[in-house]
Write a protein that binds this ligand. Structure first.
Ligand SMILES: [Zn+2]
Length: 100
């Protein structure tokens, strides 16, 4: 892991901690896989950080194929989102390219 990747990871974790405090929710779902995330866990990313990941876009394309929906339309919808993205431990690897 490079210093840059570690830095963004801890930054996203910090953002998640403040997001949980603000929201006051007992749990939420991962915006990538829809698994339940308990309060205080996971990472918070912006839409542009999410879309900087080729792996994430490939994931959406694969899901769209499975569900039989239009991948490009789906990516366009997701990209239009301006709310924070909650990502759990299972999915954060997509945004942390340098993890070995
Ligand atoms: Zn997930």
């Amino acid at each position: 892991m490079t210093a840059t990747a570690a830095d963004s990871l801890s930054g996203w974790k910090q953002k998640a901690i403040s997001w949980w405090k603000q929201s006051g929710k007992p749990s939420a779902v991962c915006d990538v896989c829809n698994n339940r995330v308990s309060s205080g866990k996971g990472y918070v990313l912006t839409t542009s950080e999410v879309f900087a990941s080729k792996q994430y876009m490939q994931h959406v394309e694969t899901q769209a194929r499975i569900l039989g929906i239009d991948a490009q339309a789906e990516l366009k919808n997701l990209r239009a989102s301006n709310t924070p993205w909650l990502v759990d431990d299972n999915c954060i690897y997509m945004f942390n390219d340098n993890r070995k």
